[in-house]
Design a protein around this ligand. Structure first.
Ligand code: C2E
Ligand code: MG
Ligand code: MG
Ligand code: MG
Length: 279
């Protein structure tokens, strides 16, 4: 704990804090190196139409396998990359790599769209929309095939700036999705004003194998809200057939989850969605 900073005062650190700081510095260095050395990979998880059971798109998920650290979860390193600013370079790599991959798949499966996760820092980068546009051109992807996923907290922390950034993206013709919807505290009045196309309902709402009445009531409310605002709905974290059936009955458009298909390496994607994943 830093103690009473001020003129003439000695600042003390607890050894634990020093170790934390050191660990973070090392992680930061490793992340930077990982990008240079090409240690990042993408996996892809299908988004499935709950009506037809057919895949309508894939979400790109970044993976980091480091010789010393082993597998590191994006939930751990993405926040770090956001803090240090590395997320700009990493995010650009994800966008372009996923774009090329999706364009390749679309030659045989033209119905497949691409979802890419975008951090707040990327969104507010003045170059971001131009970079998305460059990716679309280079990969010859129709803008409507691409959905950018942003979390609620990113959009709500500074709604004015977020709205301006989202407008630029919508002008390009790409879709915008609110990821992990329901976990932050969206003001409903802002939701109405946000130029978004999709709500991705957080998996916390179907965390039970067999959803309870209360779980279903919450999800139904979100789905109805989305319908009123003319937004597409995706439910994440479908792990059982019960959950899938319940979500289909509620009228949720798309589903994602281990029960439908796990995230897979790109070389396995076409095989894992063919034959169509019949619901
Ligand atoms: P997310 O975007 O909400 O992605 C969904 C996460 O849930 C993924 O975890 C996915 O593997 C996992 N998942 C999918 N189906 C199921 C299921 O049925 N049950 C359970 N328990 N989990 C399921 P993952 O890949 O570890 O990614 C975690 C988070 O890291 C993502 O959450 C996203 O916020 C972030 N992330 C991943 N890739 C990127 C990226 O390229 N850029 C940015 N900015 N963030 C990323
Ligand atoms: Mg996502
Ligand atoms: Mg649109
Ligand atoms: Mg999510």
């Amino acid at each position: 704990r830093a103690k009473q900073e001020g003129p003439g005062k000695v600042v003390l650190f607890e050894p634990r804090m020093h170790a934390d700081a050191l660990a973070r510095l090392t992680l930061n260095g490793d992340l930077q190196r990982a990008l240079t050395l090409g240690e990042f990979r993408l996996q892809y998880q299908p988004l499935i139409s709950l009506d037809s059971g057919r895949p309508v798109g894939v979400e790109a998920l970044v993976r980091w396998q480091n010789p010393e650290r082993g597998y590191v979860s994006p939930a751990d390193f993405v926040p770090m990359a956001e803090e240090t600013g590395l997320i700009s370079d990493l995010g650009r790599w994800v966008l372009h790599t996923a774009g090329r991959q999706a364009a390749a798949w679309r030659r045989t499966r033209p119905e497949l769209g691409l979802n890419v996760n975008v951090s707040g820092r990327q969104l507010t980068d003045p170059q971001f929309a131009a970079d998305v546009e460059r990716m679309l051109t280079e990969c010859r992807l129709p803008p409507a095939a691409v959905t950018l996923e942003l979390t609620e907290s990113v959009l709500m922390s500074d709604p004015k700036t977020a709205i301006a950034c989202l407008r630029d993206l919508q002008d390009l013709g790409v879709d915008v999705s609110i990821d992990d919807f329901g976990t932050g505290y969206s003001s409903l009045s802002y939701l109405q004003r946000l130029p978004v196309d999709e709500l991705k309902i957080d998996r916390a709402f179907i965390s039970r194998e067999t959803p309870t009445k209360a779980d279903l009531a919450v999800i139904r409310t979100i789905v109805e809200l989305a319908r009123t605002l003319d937004l597409r709905t995706v439910i994440e974290g479908i792990e059982t057939a019960d959950q899938r059936d319940a979500m289909r009955r509620l009228g949720c458009d798309l589903g994602q989850g281990y029960h439908l298909c796990r995230p897979v390496h790109p070389e396995d994607l076409l095989r894992s969605i063919d034959p169509p994943l019949v619901a």
